[in-house]
Design a protein around this ligand. Structure first.
Ligand code: AOF
Ligand code: ZN
Length: 371
């Protein structure tokens, strides 16, 4: 069988990572992993099996790709975006399935930090005489797996802070309620971002000011509205707020310092969950590190923060913001506007531009933290 070249490896791994994106945000606490089985019978390399971690997390990607490839997997190359697992979970180890299928070579992108895997998957494959190559397009795969990797290695979710800023760098106008800054295309993109996140966090000030619903309203994805969390240390949110009024349809939680308060009881009766938080000893406000740790312990891997100025600023300055999305509209708000925590073109120190799109009149910029 002709050998696959390093160029083939990168090309098929890129396709594997793209394939894994299909179930991003839909696999529970499991990462969405992709697998392609490729063989070349002389007419050039061809994909004979493909798999992505199933909705909810199981079966894993490899099992599905191998099932599709059938006996032709023998002698083929398997591309996997994450090191194949080595543990007996609710399914037998994928490394074992690859060995049993007789694949000749396994190429994977990112290593799996889960202590039950962590190199053991690769070792099992090598011990069975399979050629194993790790680290192919590792950075791309790590980006796609960022939520899972943050939860396992940093014990906190991956945090994306998203802000919409006007052309003059404002996020709204005090006392004016919701101010439209971005247009329909960028707004749909925001809803897609919500659908792929495990939870959305906003500050109580944003709820008081904008009264947002924070749901995903894309056709076909409305049931993908993530958990809404309002950071409200002293529970000042009005029971008439939209997030409270719809708490029985869309899961909603309040992160507070006063879980025993009568207002907490009223929110519970309205269907909200109350998350008891620790206070930061200096500011006496909800301590963000502990809250993030608590969310990760609940199995949340990706947190989208639709930030007002202050919460965004705190997350960025405390080093918890992994990805910053700034959507810049074309209109100006004026001198009475609320200043954004950062500029749309000039990211905070330590961030660099990763991707940029135009959505109608709006500019969507994604900055990622480096170092
Ligand atoms: C793979 N392929 O498609 C995925 C993997 O609870 P379990 O038994 O499903 O195991 C969860 C762990 O499996 C998870 O922490 C991660 O290490 C790995 N995910 N591994 O070989 C896959 N989704
Ligand atoms: Zn597995």
């Amino acid at each position: 069988m002709p050998e696959l070249s390093p160029d083939d490896d990168r090309r098929f791994m890129a396709a594997t990572i793209r394939h894994a994106e299909r179930h991003a945000g839909l696999t529970g606490t499991n990462p969405s992993v992709g697998t392609l089985i490729v063989r070349d019978d002389g007419a050039g390399p061809a994909i004979i099996g493909h798999g992505v971690t199933a909705l909810g997390g199981r079966p894993h990607a490899e099992a599905q790709a191998l099932a599709e490839a059938g006996p032709r997997a023998a002698g083929a190359t398997a591309y996997v975006s994450l090191e194949p697992c080595a543990h007996h979970g609710r399914t037998p180890p994928c490394a074992e399935a690859l060995i049993r299928a007789g694949v000749a070579r396994v190429v994977y992108a990112a290593s799996d930090p889960d202590p039950r895997v962590d190199g053991k998957g690769a070792a099992m494959l090598r011990a069975a005489g399979i050629a194993v190559e790790g680290g192919v397009l590792a950075a791309e795969a790590r980006r796609a797996l960022a939520g899972y990797l943050a939860r396992v290695t940093k014990k906190r979710p991956e945090v994306t802070v998203k802000i919409a800023v006007s052309a003059d760098g404002k996020i709204g106008r005090r006392g004016a309620g919701q101010v439209a800054i971005t247009g329909p295309i960028a707004n749909r993109q925001t809803h897609l971002l919500r659908a792929r996140s495990d939870a959305i966090l906003v500050g109580a000030a944003t709820v008081a000011e904008d009264d947002p619903s924070l749901t995903c309203r894309l056709p076909g994805l409305t049931e993908r509205s993530p958990l809404r969390i309002v950071l409200d240390g002293s529970l000042r949110t009005s029971p008439a707020a939209q997030v409270v009024a719809t708490a029985r349809e869309v899961p909603t939680a309040f992160a507070t310092l006063d879980p025993q308060d009568a207002r907490a009881e009223a929110l519970r009766r309205a269907g909200c969950e109350i998350i008891a938080c620790e206070a930061d000893p200096g500011t006496r406000r909800v301590a963000l590190p502990e809250l993030l740790e608590d969310l990760a312990a609940r199995g949340l891997s990706t947190l989208l923060v639709e930030a007002g100025g202050e919460l965004g600023r705190s997350l960025i300055s405390e080093g918890f913001c992994d990805r910053l999305i700034v959507v810049e509209g074309e209109n100006e708000i004026g001198a009475d506007g609320i200043a954004a925590p950062c500029g749309a073109r000039q990211p905070p120190a330590g961030f660099r531009l990763a991707r940029e799109f135009r959505f109608g009149p709006d500019r969507w910029r994604e900055f990622e933290r480096f170092a």
